[in-house]
Ligand binder design. Structure first.
Ligand SMILES: Cc1cc2nc3c(=O)[nH]c(=O)nc-3n(C[C@H](O)[C@H](O)[C@H](O)COP(=O)(O)OP(=O)(O)OC[C@H]3O[C@@H](n4cnc5c(N)ncnc54)[C@H](O)[C@@H]3O)c2cc1C
Length: 498
């Protein structure tokens, strides 16, 4: 075997997954077909959940360094710092229930650099965990592992590992080679986008609907949305001629485009793998789910797949997993992906042309002026409403949810944030000084668990909590006596057998 886990794809999801695997004691090997990282500016940011997840790994400052530029770029391109549903830019971060839980505006190539450096730091300063110029072209699996055939500049080679994860994007070769079902809905629209400052662009109308499509303009960028005429081969790169013809169809203006930089063509086709695991092959990120980028949810979704899977798969390959741990990956993450597909389909419906949809858009826009509605959409797009089903009765409002970055007071009176205690990537029990029974119940698992005696400052309803490596609250207690029966059930469910 060449590694504990082969990760196919060094996009953001593959890089984070590899880092999480390494942190949890497994040996990942990342195979990436591109010789160099892509400079494509696709996603402009990550959501609150992914931001918190990366802060728990000590990457808060590296992310924060990009926020100012990200805010300026967003205001420049959209005229607003607010979030949007179906391009209705009204979701106001300041109005949300938990306004401190916000995402980070960081362009995708910058994020990939941050994640690559993080992975390198976990592999002792070596970048050997990532093999570039390695394209997976064939895959077989049996009871003991997975073998891939990889095309490299020096010819083909075969590599094996007990498990393999396809993080190889929306057109995932792994998904196809391993035989995953990928059901979903066909596109209703196609977006074409180029980065250009071509002089003829000033002849174009302002952004908005035209009789035949939609035009989107921002400094250095122009895009069209059309509702028919999907290209036969979506894998072909976007050419200047194709973009020019699309601009003409949408606006009636003929613009000469001398060069095409950052050409992108994508649709709102929405598909999701029926399961995220077939035998020893798993999927994460766009490989597991594709949908329109409206609402900016794809990257957040994929990074949270990686965070959910990393520790579970590492525990499985190193023989430390409780029974059934790996199966909880699909069980927890598939519904979250399905919810994102659901809301992006609704956004696609609201973006269709015609007077009837325009009327509906006006009504949704008016509804967004109501505080509760604004919060409803904010919760939906941020994923902050996500709650995993736990396999034991857990009644605290935080149980099953991603833990906010709590402010804590330590025994010496110092203050820490929860994320500062999570860097090891191990499960963490934080307990109030008046709930020593929680620490006593966890005693048999002390070798696999970090424990901190602290007082939670932000919430009256929280005295102690068991936090999984992915930041999920596995168990929580209010200020009364701690329910150690449920805490023990939680420890059994998520930690190695005591
Ligand atoms: C225009 C646009 C705007 C977007 N805006 C946002 C946004 O604001 N917010 C947001 O959250 N999301 C956004 N998204 C979505 C986001 O970009 C994706 O969800 C994200 O890139 C998914 O990351 P990934 O690592 O799963 O896949 P990818 O980023 O696609 O990475 C996959 C990697 O696998 C490699 N690979 C593929 N096949 C093979 C193979 N056979 N062998 C080896 N390597 C292979 C690829 O070269 C690539 O490096 C946007 C997308 C687009 C197109």
């Amino acid at each position: 075997m060449d590694a504990d886990v082969i990760v196919v794809g060094a996009g953001p999801v593959g890089l984070l997954l590899a880092a999480e695997l390494r942190l949890a004691g497994a040996r990942p090997l990342v195979l990436e077909r591109l010789a160099e990282p892509g400079a494509e500016p696709k996603a402009r940011g990550i959501g609150a959940l992914a931001t918190e997840a990366l802060r728990r790994r000590g990457l808060g400052e590296a992310l924060a360094a990009h926020q100012e530029r990200g805010l300026a770029d967003k205001a420049r391109d959209h005229g607003s710092e607010k979030g949007h549903f179906a391009q209705i830019f009204k979701i106001d971060p300041a109005l949300q229930e938990e306004p401190d839980r916000v995402g980070t505006l960081i362009w995708q190539p910058d994020l990939e650099r941050v994640l690559a450096a993080h992975l390198t730091s976990l592999t002792g300063g070596s970048s050997a965990a990532v093999l570039r110029g390695h394209e997976v072209i064939a895959l077989t699996q049996d009871d003991s592992g997975v073998t891939v055939t990889v095309g490299t500049p020096d010819g083909e080679r075969r590599l094996s590992a007990p498990y393999l994860v396809g993080c190889d994007g929306g057109r995932s070769a792994v998904r196809k080679l391993a035989g995953f079902d990928f059901p979903g809905t066909e596109p209703t629209s196609v977006v074409r986008r180029v980065l250009t400052d071509a002089p003829g662009l000033d002849k174009l109308p302002e952004s908005g609907w035209t009789g035949t499509g939609m035009l989107m303009r921002a400094p250095g960028m122009v895009a069209t949305v059309e509702f028919d005429g999907f290209p036969e081969d979506r894998g072909l790169p976007l050419t200047a001629e194709e973009m020019r013809a699309s601009l003409f169809r949408v606006t009636g203006v003929d613009v000469e485009l001398p060069e095409v930089r950052g050409g992108l063509r994508f649709t709102d086709g929405a598909r999701q793998a029926a399961t995220y695991r077939v035998g020893r092959v798993l999927l994460a990120g766009d490989a597991a789910h594709v949908h329109s980028p409206n609402g900016g949810q794809g990257l957040n979704l994929g990074l949270m797949d990686a965070v959910n899977l990393g520790w579970k798969l590492a525990a499985t390959v190193t023989g430390r997993a409780p029974e059934g741990l790996l199966d909880t990956y699909t069980a927890e993450r598939h519904p979250v992906g399905a919810a994102v597909l659901h809301n992006t389909r609704a956004q696609s419906a609201l973006l269709l042309p015609g007077a009837h949809v325009a009327a509906m858009r006006d009504i949704v826009s008016d509804l967004l002026d109501f505080l509760e509605v604004n919060r409803y959409f904010g919760r939906m797009l941020s994923g902050l409403g996500t709650r995993y089903e736990l396999p034991y009765p857990a009644t605290h409002p935080l149980a099953g949810r991603a833990c906010p970055d709590l402010r804590l007071v330590t025994g010496t009176g110092g203050t820490r944030t929860l994320s500062e205690l999570c860097g090891s990537g191990r499960p963490l029990l934080v307990h109030a000084p008046f709930q020593p029974e929680a620490a006593e119940a966890a005693q048999p698992w002390r070798g696999a668990l970090d424990v901190a005696e602290v007082t939670v400052r932000d919430r009256d309803d929280l005295a102690s909590a068991l936090i999984r490596p992915d930041g999920t609250v596995a168990w929580a207690s209010g200020p009364g006596p701690a329910d150690t029966v449920t805490l023990t059930a939680a420890l059994r469910a998520w930690l190695p057998p005591a």
